[in-house]
Design a binder for this molecule. Structure first.
Ligand code: TRP
Length: 330
């Protein structure tokens, strides 16, 4: 039997090139070798009280973007977290084994308390329990997430082991971070920042049109140019070359590299090429996003099939969990 991979997607913001060449490419790549579950974490996002009027549209937008970028419902189970009540049931049960002290010590929780002291709700405190429920409800083995989720994942292992020990069962395997090593690429931002991110406002989004992309790239931060032949590239220029390497041919990269080395480089030319090559990759995805967003029947089918598969797997786990806890039929 295939090992199980699971990851949660926050229904906020738009996918940018950093996501595309990072997590998303890995999600897409592992779809054949593993039984993959990918879900939109809409319950998690309620901790910050999104407006009900925008909620559905945000979920739909992010789902369409992941589908357009290569998540394949024929290979993976793609679902909406709130469609699977077993997740919430497991969350209640795991909450009984999660201690206030350990939850309060979570770095992400402390961070949120510091930033939003007016909204320290219990959902925020028990965020790691809900995340553990997501993972454990399918008895997942691997979770492809970044370093920032290491502590949450460690807590999922703690809760899994604690449940097994407390009830003397072997219901949950210990989930581990799926490490892509050299396969995970860090995409730089356009502002000289080392990393493209949604909070940084330095990103190119899969939904951006040609004009927007060109404008953003032409405005990317550069310097006043190389001052001596063969000089090392400062970070802002290295960043542009890193982007170029991701989207352009090796010949194009070599061409501009030569131009840099002999000091004849014109950043305007480099940026024009970079913008064109980014567009060649993202514009077809943008087209698919718009197509999918307009295809309600397709989306409804994907979500329904995802829900059915996810609930089947989750129900099988909950059956064992309920038995372990001592629930019996009358
Ligand atoms: N906490 C994750 C994030 O902030 C999202 C998430 C929720 C998740 N549940 C998960 C990730 C389960 C992996 C597995 O990005």
């Amino acid at each position: 039997m295939k090992e199980v991979v699971l990851s949660g997607i926050r229904p906020t913001g738009q996918l940018h090139l950093g996501n595309y060449f990072g997590a998303l490419r890995n999600f897409v790549r592992i779809q054949e070798q593993y039984r993959c579950y990918y879900f939109i974490a809409d319950l998690h996002s309620l901790t910050t009280h999104p407006h009900p009027a925008d909620f559905h549209a945000n979920v739909k937008a992010i789902l369409a973007q992941y589908l357009a970028a290569g998540l394949d419902p024929a290979k993976s189970c793609i679902y909406i977290q709130s469609d699977v009540p077993e997740v919430s049931e497991l969350y209640v049960l795991l909450n009984m084994l999660a201690y206030k002290g350990e939850l309060e010590r979570t770095a992400a929780f402390k961070d949120k308390v510091r930033k939003n002291p007016e909204n320290v709700n219990a959902g925020l405190l028990t965020y790691p329990v809900l995340m553990a429920s997501d993972i454990l409800v399918h008895r997942s083995n691997w979770v492809p997430v970044g370093k920032d989720q290491d502590q949450h994942l460690e807590m999922a292992r703690v809760f899994a082991k604690r449940f097994n020990n407390f009830y003397g069962v072997e219901v949950f395997p210990e989930p581990h971070a799926m490490d892509f090593g050299s396969g995970s690429i860090k995409v730089p931002g356009l502002d000289g920042n080392g990393k493209m991110g949604k909070s940084e406002g330095n990103g190119i989004y899969l939904i951006d049109d040609e004009k927007t992309i060109t404008k953003k790239v032409m405005r990317a931060v550069t310097d006043s140019g190389p001052t001596a032949p063969d000089s090392p590239k400062p970070d802002v220029i290295e960043n542009l070359f890193t982007l170029l390497k991701l989207v352009s041919t090796p010949e194009t990269v070599a061409y501009f590299d030569e131009k840099w080395k002999d000091c004849s480089i014109r950043y305007g030319d480099l940026k024009k090429q970079l913008a064109a090559d980014i567009c060649a990759i993202t514009l077809p995805i943008r087209e698919r996003i718009l197509e999918i967003e307009n295809d309600d029947a397709f989306l409804a089918r994907v979500v329904r099939e995802g829900r059915e598969q996810a609930r089947e797997s989750a129900a099988a786990t909950l059956k064992e969990v309920r038995k372990a806890v001592g629930f019996r039929e009358f």
